[in-house]
Design a protein around this ligand. Structure first.
Ligand code: MG
Length: 231
């Protein structure tokens, strides 16, 4: 990596904000499954996996409008409700493990007094359920969800988390697996860091000009370690 990921010296890095789905949690297969099931249940055309992975990262309403451009508000709400019911409760949908290295990464940052946050297109109920199930809730000083803010790439979620944490954009990094995360970061004047183990391939993420692009969270932790060692 050539770009300085983070000047960790002198407490310059104060806050790291993570996307959730496809970044910390390996949930895109469950999301695809439930988007396809929702379409089947309400009698809409079922989109293929590639089309669905493309829009993961947007808020669910924004995603439905991308997939079904002619949809009216009633269709969007029905689709979103059916999708969420599947995602939250379906016992036969794919499971959602954390990616390898999540707790090591969060522990390492926490151990250096870096604050942690989440900016996710999930619903508040969905995020709270995930934080409870994984035990990760205790790490985060602030979280922002898709039903409480405008959809990414609007900067609202990230600005909210920074305001809660009391940290300015220059001392913040946004980590995500989709171009929507990186574009949100740019709109909030926050350097974005891409991870490529989620929904969008490296070439697509590079187009959003991230500060750094890493294959996974273990590589991200190694990059942080190197950045620290460089000072
Ligand atoms: Mg994501």
């Amino acid at each position: 990596m050539t770009a300085p990921l983070l000047p960790l010296a002198n407490g310059e890095l104060r806050l790291v904000v993570f996307d959730w789905d496809g970044t910390l949690m390996d949930s895109p297969r469950r999301i695809v499954h439930c988007l396809q099931r929702a379409a089947t249940e309400i009698g809409a055309p079922v989109r293929d996996e590639a089309s669905l992975r493309n829009i993961i990262g947007l808020g669910v309403q924004a995603a439905v409008r991308e997939l079904y451009p002619d949809a009216d508000d009633r269709f969007v709400e029905r689709f979103a409700t059916t999708y969420r019911a599947c995602y939250l409760d379906a016992v036969d949908a794919p499971e959602t493990p954390l990616f390898a290295g999540v707790s090591e990464l969060l522990d390492w940052l926490e151990g250096r007094d870096v604050l942690l946050g989440v900016a996710t297109s999930k619903s508040r109920r969905g995020l709270d359920q995930a934080l409870e199930a994984t035990g990760l809730g205790r790490y985060f000083v602030a979280t922002a969800t898709g039903d409480e803010h405008a959809s990414k790439p609007d900067p609202s979620m990230l600005e909210f988390v920074m305001a809660r944490a009391g940290v300015e954009p220059g001392r913040t990094r946004m980590v995500g697996d989709s171009v929507y995360d990186l574009e949100m970061a740019r709109h909030a004047r926050v350097p974005g860091v891409g991870v490529t183990h989620g929904v969008h391939p490296p070439g697509r993420l590079e187009g959003a000009a991230p500060l750094a692009l890493l294959p996974d969270l273990e590589a991200l932790l190694e990059a942080f370690r190197q950045a620290e060692g460089a000072h």
